[in-house]
Design a protein around this ligand. Structure first.
Ligand code: CAO
Length: 434
């Protein structure tokens, strides 16, 4: 028995326009359940859309360059009997069998890391911006024009596009940027020379490994933030001896299999308590760079290390959640992140990011702000140290903290006061109750 099944775009978290980057099926193809049928891309993630049925493709309803959104019909499949997710055959509606959770390769947001933001129009990459002196009509879709504007590129300066009928594609914009950087064609910009290509073969064997998409996109965002934001990193230390004792007590009371509490949960809480006292840290600069948008919600992004690179799931409304709830939520989201299953929605709406390397080691580092956020907190490994108490040296567990902030928004003294407050909360977590 066979059924006609529709593959539609699943709920990807309130994203209005999703670009179809690649279509991997055509009519007549035989596909397996969960086989990728298309690659979709939002400004935050690229996702492989899996088929929700096995069978023969009857018709493909999209093509590369199309815009789709939740519910858009991707393809119809004459599903075989064993095809899962086959809709109720008695239903006459076009409601479909939506694809299962798409496999997402998150774009950069990370931290040391990333900027999800559109750079302020006042601050295009200076090395690339060109003046609008020509009236040549460039053929490019609105999303490509937006992409070009974000990079400060005037699309009319791109002579030919590689798309159909010379249409300008994102890759053409990227190539234009690369070329501009290589040639140093600047309009009053930084004119940073590119790293020259080197032939390594005289020195020994080499192997070429393609960067994952997350790494590539993260790299672009990092560069963008690095070039656009005046960043300062401030280092602090908190005595967490008591906090650690309390954490161990709590974990000792947990039943087998329950999610354990790590110090990160207290750090998240302390950070939010400090953000409530210092609203400038829970803010973003407006696109024109002239005002500060203060947020009244407290969502914290956590940089998670995955085999494909860094991603930043967001824990929402942290101020209303308990330590246990946060531990469970972070465990779920980091697991999803490592399986590449986060949806764009899981990574949106962050107010500040924490990048914790404490599970690995370190004494300090300089994380890069996840713009348009204005600060990021780096954490490295707590260590027993001799601390002078006025009479003698006593062993205390000291936690190194590194705050990088956007100096356009945060002054040095403000940064130091903010970190003194975070430290106070961690030294005596009872203060979180006040
Ligand atoms: N000092 C001492 N020990 C620490 C610590 C710290 N600052 N932070 C974590 N630990 C310990 C934990 O207590 C845990 O010990 P036990 O197994 O004995 O309980 C162990 O290290 C592992 O912790 P964890 O890393 O699994 O858990 P976490 O809640 O601290 O962090 C997460 C969760 C998702 C942030 C982490 O797993 C991760 O991915 N970190 C990497 C983030 C990253 O790569 N950032 C880099 C950004 S810059 O490129």
């Amino acid at each position: 028995m066979t059924n006609l099944v529709e593959i539609r775009v699943p709920d990807v978290g309130n994203v209005a326009e999703i670009d179809v980057v690649e279509v991997l099926i055509q009519a007549g193809d035989i596909i397996a359940l969960e086989q990728t049928v298309a690659t979709l891309e939002t400004d935050k993630a690229s996702m492989d859309l899996p088929s929700s049925a096995s069978g023969t493709i009857q018709q493909v309803h999209i093509k590369p360059g199309d815009k789709v959104s939740e519910g858009t019909l991707i393809a119809t499949v004459l599903a075989t009997e064993d095809g899962k997710s086959i809709p109720d055959p008695t239903s006459t509606s076009t409601v479909a069998v939506v694809a299962e959770t798409p496999i997402i390769e998150q774009k950069s947001e990370p931290t040391k890391i990333l900027a999800q933001s559109t750079p302020s129009p006042k601050q295009p990459l200076p090395a690339i911006q060109t003046s609008e002196t020509t009236t040549i009509k460039a053929h490019a879709s609105p999303s490509v024009r937006l992409f070009a504007r974000e990079l400060g590129v005037n699309v009319s300066k791109i002579n030919t596009g590689s798309g159909r009928k010379g249409r300008i594609l994102k890759d053409d914009v990227k190539n234009f940027v690369k070329q501009a950087l290589t040639e140093g064609t600047t309009a009053g910009g930084a004119g940073i020379p590119s790293i020259p290509a080197v032939d390594f073969s005289p020195f020994g064997d080499t192997e070429i490994l393609k960067l994952s998409k997350i790494k590539r996109l993260t790299g672009q965002n990092l560069t963008r933030v690095w070039l656009n934001l005046p960043l300062v990193t401030y280092h602090e230390e908190a005595d967490i001896t008591e906090m650690e004792a309390f954490r161990n007590t709590l974990n000792g009371e947990k039943a087998k299999g329950e999610v354990k509490i790590t110090g990160l949960m207290f750090i998240i809480k302390a950070l939010v308590a400090a953000m409530q006292q210092f609203p400038n840290f829970n803010a973003s600069l407006s696109a024109d760079g002239e005002s500060l948008i203060i947020k009244k919600y407290f969502n914290i992004g956590i940089a998670v290390d995955t085999p494909n690179g860094l991603v930043v799931p967001v824990l929402r409304n942290v101020n209303n959640k308990s330590i246990n709830e946060l531990a469970i939520e972070l465990a779920e989201k980091s697991e999803k992140a490592r399986l590449g299953k986060l949806l764009p929605n899981d990574m949106q709406g962050g107010c500040m990011t924490i990048s914790s390397l404490g599970g690995i080691g370190g004494t300090a580092f300089t994380p890069i702000v996840n713009a348009p956020e204005v600060a990021i907190l780096g954490v490295t490994r707590a260590k027993m140290q001799p601390v002078w108490n006025g009479k003698e040296f006593v062993p205390r567990l000291m936690l190194p903290l590194d705050l990088t902030y956007d100096h356009r928004v945060i002054d040095g003294a403000e940064g130091a006061r903010f970190m003194a407050t975070v430290r106070q909360y961690l030294v005596d977590i009872r203060r979180l109750l006040l």
